[in-house]
Design a protein around this ligand. Structure first.
Ligand code: ZN
Length: 84
């Protein structure tokens, strides 16, 4: 799995802005794993903590580009719960 550097940078930028100074701790965890090249660990956090990132609509498109859908971690998921 190739990690898109631009998406990672966008995620970092959003983490610093969408929740003021607090940031979003689960996104910091995701970024931590991504920076270590541990994609599967990062994706696991995204799926477990998906209900938290959903509070910030700006985050979801970037997370979907990186990890696929929230439920299955599938890109272009055709599941009816995931397709919009
Ligand atoms: Zn899905």
């Amino acid at each position: 799995m190739k990690i898109n550097e631009e998406d990672v940078q966008e995620l970092e930028r959003l983490e610093r802005t969408v929740n003021g100074k607090m940031g979003v701790s689960c996104v910091r965890t995701i970024l931590f794993y991504l920076r270590r090249g541990e994609y599967e660990a990062a994706q696991n956090v995204r799926q477990v903590e998906g209900d938290k990132t959903r509070a910030y609509p700006e985050l979801e498109p970037v997370l979907e580009r990186l990890f696929g859908c929230r439920l299955h971690g599938v890109h272009d998921c055709s599941d009816r719960w995931c397709s919009r």
